[in-house]
Design a protein around this ligand. Structure first.
Ligand SMILES: [Zn+2]
Length: 218
C-alpha cells in the first residue's frame, strides 16, 4: 500500500497551489493523502483555502469516520469518494477532487476527454472517462469513480467535476492541471474542426508506459 509520510504538509501545500492555479473556487473541491497507519488526512468542509492551516485538516479512517479534528472542523462532505479510491487502488497515496472549468464542461456534457495529445496517455493512462450520474456525497459517486478510474489517473464525475489520483498530493495536482489543460485544448481544437486521433500504436505505447509506472508504485 502506498502512503505519504508528510501527509498534512503536502495536502495543505497542494490545496493552496490548487487555488492559486484556479482549479477550484473558495471552499470547493478537496484533497486527501493516505498516512502510514492507513488513516486519511483530508481538507475540511467549508474552510476557505486562503485561510486553511495544517490544524484545520481532518483525519478519517478507512470507512470515512472522523478520527481526529479540531473543534468546529468536519471532513469534506465528499470524503466517501476519497475513501473509495484508496480502497480500490493500493498504489494511490493521494486523491484530489476539483471543479476546473474546462474539465467540468466535459463532465456536464458527459463526454470523455480524448487522449489526443502526444504523451497524455503516458501520464493519465488513456481517455479520461466520464462516470454515470450519482448525487454528490452519496456512496455511489465513489463506486462510479472507481469504475471510471480503472487504468487511469483521472476521471470526470458526471455533472460535477474531476477526480485525480497519484502517489502523493503534488503528483495528483499535476494530473489535475494536465487534464484541465487538455480539456481546454480539446474544446478549442473541436471548434477549429474534427479532432485528428493519434496513431493507434502510439496511443498503445503511451498507455503501456503508464500501466508499467502504476505497476511499479506499490
Ligand atoms: Zn465537488
Amino acid at each position: 500500500v502506498n502512503f505519504v509520510h508528510d501527509a498534512r504538509q503536502s495536502v495543505l501545500a497542494a490545496a493552496k497551489e490548487m487555488l492559486r492555479r484556479g482549479l477550484v473556487e473558495g471552499t470547493a473541491g478537496n484533497i486527501s493523502a493516505r498516512q502510514p497507519d492507513g488513516t486519511i488526512v483530508i481538507t475540511p468542509a467549508s474552510v476557505d483555502y486562503r485561510d486553511m492551516e495544517v490544524d484545520d485538516l481532518v483525519v478519517v479512517d478507512g470507512s470515512g469516520e472522523t478520527v481526529a479534528a479540531m473543534d468546529g472542523r468536519s471532513p469534506s462532505s465528499e470524503r466517501m469518494l476519497h475513501v473509495a479510491c484508496y480502497r480500490a487502488f493500493d498504489d494511490v497515496g493521494s486523491v484530489i477532487h476539483s471543479h476546473p472549468v474546462y474539465a467540468t464542461m466535459f463532465a456536464v456534457a458527459r463526454l470523455d476527454i480524448p487522449a489526443c495529445i502526444d504523451e497524455f496517455a503516458m501520464y493519465v493512462g488513456g481517455d479520461v472517462r466520464c462516470t454515470g450520474y450519482a448525487q454528490s456525497g452519496s456512496p455511489s459517486v465513489g463506486d462510479q469513480a472507481v469504475k471510471a478510474l480503472q487504468g487511469r489517473a483521472a476521471a470526470l464525475i458526471a455533472n460535477h467535476g474531476l477526480v485525480a489520483v497519484g502517489s502523493d498530493p503534488a503528483a495528483a495536482l499535476r494530473i489535475t492541471a494536465l487534464v484541465e489543460r487538455t480539456a481546454q485544448i480539446t474544446w478549442g481544437a473541436r471548434a477549429l474542426g474534427p479532432l485528428q486521433p493519434l496513431p493507434e500504436h502510439v496511443r498503445d505505447a503511451f498507455a503501456g508506459h503508464y500501466r508499467s509506472l502504476r505497476g511499479n508504485t506499490t
